[in-house]
Design a protein around this ligand. Structure first.
Ligand code: THU
Length: 164
């Protein structure tokens, strides 16, 4: 049981409707994700990705992809930045902007990163950008519909508790 989070731990999750950001704020967040991309450690794929995460307290964290000679250990930019923020005490997020070098289409987060975003709520904004600064906004729920999340674990835990 102790590896399962308690209900007080999931209470932090902001899931009651995202207020969308102004165009100016998004532009700034996209720029910060582009700057973060410059730190990308991607000697194997040469595919640079940066991310900028805006917390509920309006603090911005940035991160990039960090690859490894042992391929499976590489970390996407989105996961890097979420781990940075959570490890510094932030669990409520308004938005994340993602940048890559793809010119013709916006960068789209991998399935694993969608699930990691979803851990911290399904109703917050993901800005998928291009190098020219243009972007598309999708919510976490749109990127990962009918998802499995912490609430499902909580109801499972209470079912198990009530069963005996
Ligand atoms: N990558 C990210 O960091 N984020 C994405 O949204 C897509 C892919 C990284 C993982 C790997 O380092 C490289 O891009 C190629 O897949």
């Amino acid at each position: 049981m102790d590896q399962v989070m308690s209900s007080s731990e999931v209470m932090h999750i902001r899931d009651q409707g995202a207020e969308h950001l102004s165009h100016e704020t998004v532009k700034k967040l996209v720029k910060q994700s582009q700057e973060a991309k410059r730190q990308s450690y991607s000697p194997y794929s040469k595919f640079r990705v940066g991310a900028a995460l805006l917390t509920a307290e309006n603090k911005v964290f940035t991160g990039c992809n960090v690859e490894n000679a042992c391929n499976a250990l590489g970390l996407c930019a989105e996961r890097t930045v979420i781990v940075k923020a959570v490890s510094e005490g932030h669990r409520c997020f308004k938005a994340i902007a993602i940048a890559s070098d793809l010119e013709d289409k916006v960068i789209s987060p991998c399935g694993g990163c969608r699930q990691v975003m979803r851990e911290f709520g399904s109703n917050w904004d993901v800005y998928l950008s291009k190098p020219d600064g243009s972007y598309v906004m999708m919510t976490v729920d749109e990127l990962l519909p009918t998802s499995f999340g912490p609430e499902d674990m909580m109801s499972h835990v209470s079912d198990v508790t009530n069963a005996s």
